[in-house]
Ligand binder design. Structure first.
Ligand code: CA
Ligand code: CA
Ligand code: CA
Length: 382
């Protein structure tokens, strides 16, 4: 004879099997997993292991379920009979996601709160984790197969399918199972709907951007710097085409204040229809439509090739799609500045938010002969 009871106020459940009483709250009704046969009505105070029915033990008594010879009767706390004729295997479900844990079971004639009829929950403290849970790209294991899902491929995919926590650093794998390694990138998840992946940032400090001045092979194969705000950075060029999902391009210019070197609010310009492609020896940005001169040549110029050799070599320019030289200058040194700094020429053109330098900086912006000096020039793809 066995009796299973647990006390979870205000309702008390008891299960007693084998010519004894299976107690449950009256009115819980029959369920489907195990049929017993109505038999003699017991007192509910038989020789169970939990004689006063006020502790949690034993909770996992399911032996004998399904045996048609077992008589089952339900009683409530007061000892009155209910109509329970069904004994159900139950699993503890503390997080209420409908999935219980395998190693905490009991049998009863209903499904009280905190219990489930199926097991397999691998985290019973998180209702978003269970065997049928959605598993966003880049998240931890959630469907209890103990395997993490693949990383998202871009900030745009993070936005669409992953877990978004505002602008910031995200881990992506630009080409999935391809040759490119997983990498951490900076995502703008707010501007113009978000989903922008930063691929290059040049900053006022020449020491930060000097490592970006490379030939084509390094441009293609090597990620330089770190993507978090304030740092010079370039994601290896081989990843750029895979991030250019919607052929959209954004330049974010943070103008420097002349008085103290601090930053104005950024101006943002978006171009469309621009396709980034690579050959063995070159990179191209073709078809770009933009409200400002984001580029003035389709072919990338680097230290060892492209139409803008004078810009890169003589004027300390970072590789860019330009020649002779630029309205958008990731860095430039020469008559404008004694050291290479990012600069651009169109701060009086309305940006995405309808702002110009007048709105974001007032009269204090750092300028040199019609160009504005930048604390940061950021280039995003989407
Ligand atoms: Ca659960
Ligand atoms: Ca869970
Ligand atoms: Ca998984």
């Amino acid at each position: 004879m066995r009796m299973g009871c647990y006390d979870e106020r205000p309702m008390r459940w008891c299960a007693l099997v084998g010519s004894l009483v299976l107690g449950c709250a009256a009115g819980q009704g029959a369920n489907t997993s195990t049929q017993g046969m109505l038999g003699e009505e017991g007192s509910g105070t038989g020789a169970g292991t939990d004689e006063d029915s006020d502790t949690d033990e034993p909770r996992s008594d399911t032996t004998g379920i399904g045996d048609a010879s077992i008589s089952v009767t339900a009683v409530d706390d007061a000892g009155s009979t209910g109509d329970c004729v069904t004994l159900v295997d139950l699993y503890r479900d503390a997080d209420g996601d409908g999935w219980g844990v395998t190693d905490d079971t009991m049998a009863a004639c209903g499904v009280p709160e905190g219990w489930a009829e199926v097991d397999g929950d691998c985290d019973d403290a998180d209702a978003d984790v269970h065997p049928e849970a959605n598993e966003p790209c880049g998240a931890a294991d959630r469907d209890c197969d103990f395997m993490a899902p693949p990383l998202c491929g871009s900030c745009l995919q993070v936005l669409a399918e992953g877990e978004v926590e505002g602008d910031g650093l995200y881990s992506i794998d630009p080409d999935g199972d391809g040759a490119l390694p997983p990498t951490q990138v900076w995502c703008d998840m707010t501007t113009d709907g978000g989903g922008w992946t930063l691929v290059q940032r040049t900053v006022w400090d020449p020491g930060q951007t000097a490592p970006l001045r490379t030939g084509f092979a390094s441009w293609r194969d090597v990620t330089v710097g770190t993507p978090s705000a304030g740092n010079g950075y370039r994601l290896q060029g081989a990843a750029w085409p895979t991030l250019n999902v919607q052929l959209e391009h954004m330049l974010v210019h943070t103008i420097r204040l002349a008085a103290d070197g601090s930053s104005c609010d950024p101006l943002r310009y978006v171009g469309t229809e621009g396709s980034v492609s690579l050959t063995e020896t070159d990179a191209w940005l073709t078809g770009l439509v933009a409200p400002v001169t984001m580029t003035n040549e389709d072919q990338l110029s680097t230290l060892d090739g492209g139409p803008g050799q004078s810009c890169v070599v003589d004027n300390f320019g970072v590789p860019w799609f330009y020649s002779s030289c630029c309205s958008t200058c990731p860095t430039f040194q020469g008559g404008y500045w004694p050291e290479p700094h990012p600069m651009f020429s169109y701060a009086e053109t309305l940006d995405l938010d309808g702002n110009t330098v007048a709105q974001v900086c007032g009269g204090e912006a750092m300028t040199s002969m019609g160009f504005w000096g930048l604390n940061a020039m950021e280039y995003y793809l989407r």
